[in-house]
Design a protein around this ligand. Structure first.
Ligand SMILES: [Ca+2]
Length: 378
């Protein structure tokens, strides 16, 4: 045995020599590889063009915020039907996919929480829209007993219901106006915020979100800012984290599992709202840009906004149209909402897809819509 080991040792030593003299060549190749001039990135598939990299953060981030660099990107969404988790909606209002340029800005890394909103209310005495009784002059003919403060709460029916019907109002079957519901009482007067301090605030109307943002020295994002932030520098990805809904089997957002709206299996860990930041951040460090709660944007909603912006070639810092129009509910002023919520699934909504658009009537809060803020660089 000893003799056999002795025989092997010199042979092993000899076999190393060729690798040693190859090392300088390998090092030279590595140096060339690192320093070689780089051409443009490979184009993104389809109508999406590569995102043009932007500027570096101008300094340390304000507390709780992350930098979204300036740049040019393709905004919008192709028809997601047929994709896994793509849903049933063609998302016509998210086309044409068009080029948009935005300046860099800071963005809250997560949605505004109940604790943060409570600090605002304590400092200012602010009363949200849902806490104010509707005024008789705004609702002529309404019986006085109906003019009570409240908000809209997800109230799933016990039985299966059709998700769509000829009226276009099938959603009224799982939403109910609940007197006394507001941000402090998200399910109605008997509910409270115990244990919910780090959940996103909900039942905020557009003006409530704007008031908070002003108090915080911030503002609400435009729809273009929201989307460039959610995309995290990737061009044309389906979700804020990439193209696979559950990479490696991991849940990346709080959405709906089970048969909507009556069956909620909560395989992602949360049947309702999740505390902020429970799912991985996108490449910019932003959490929950898909699912959990919808987020108000400052643009008025129109389904033809993108067709108008596309005319410009590259739309620079678009702030949305000057008026609102939703053919499904004409006369209801609506602002854009983005990101979808814990109620979105591939059976209904599917607006966790990053380029898709939502909208909400400005004076209505619900228990699946909140917001986050942005701040200009200077
Ligand atoms: Ca969920």
């Amino acid at each position: 045995m000893t003799a056999a080991r002795d025989d092997r040792r010199p042979a092993t030593t000899r076999s190393r020599w060729p690798w040693l003299w190859l090392l300088p060549l390998l090092l030279a190749f590595a140096v060339w590889l690192a320093g070689r001039p780089r051409g443009p990135a490979a184009p993104a598939p389809g109508p999406f063009r590569p995102t043009v990299a932007g500027n570096a953060a101008p300094g340390e981030p304000p507390p709780g915020m992350a930098w979204v660099p300036a740049g040019e990107f393709s905004m919008g969404c192709g028809d997601p039907r047929g994709l896994p988790f793509g849903g049933t909606d063609p998302m016509v209002d998210a086309r044409p996919i068009h080029q948009v340029r935005v300046d860099g800005f800071w963005m809250d890394v997560h949605e505004v929480t109940n604790d943060q909103f409570a600090a605002f209310v304590e400092a200012t005495g602010y009363v949200t829209v849902a806490e104010r009784p509707p005024r008789a002059e705004d609702f002529p003919g309404a019986p006085p007993e109906n003019l009570v403060a409240g908000s809209i709460v997800f109230t799933p029916p016990a039985d299966d219901v059709p998700l769509r019907d000829a009226t276009g109002m099938a959603h009224l079957r799982w939403w109910a106006y609940v007197p006394g519901a507001c941000w402090r009482h998200p399910q109605g007067p008997e509910s409270d915020l115990s244990g919910k301090g780090s959940e996103p605030v909900v039942h905020v109307a557009y003006e409530d979100a704007e008031a908070y943002a002003a108090w915080a020295g911030k503002r609400l994002p435009t729809e273009a800012e929201w989307e460039v932030a959610a995309r995290g520098g990737r061009a044309g990805a389906t979700y804020p984290w990439g193209d696979e809904f559950r990479p490696g089997g991991r849940w990346m957002a709080n959405t709906w599992q089970g048969r909507f709206p009556g069956e909620n299996t909560a395989e992602d860990g949360f049947p309702g709202i999740a505390p902020v930041g429970r799912y991985p951040a996108n490449p910019f460090g932003l959490h929950d840009m898909a699912g959990n709660v919808w987020e108000w944007c400052s643009d008025w909603y129109r389904p033809d906004t993108y067709a108008r912006d596309a005319v410009a070639g590259v739309a620079g810092n678009p702030r949305g149209p000057s008026d609102s129009h939703d053919p499904a509910e004409p006369g209801q002023p609506k602002r854009v909402q983005r990101g979808g919520s814990y109620l979105c699934s591939d059976q209904y909504c599917s607006r966790y897809i990053v380029g898709t658009r939502g909208k909400g009537e400005v004076s209505s809060g619900t228990n699946h819509c909140g917001f986050r803020c942005v701040k200009p660089a200077r």
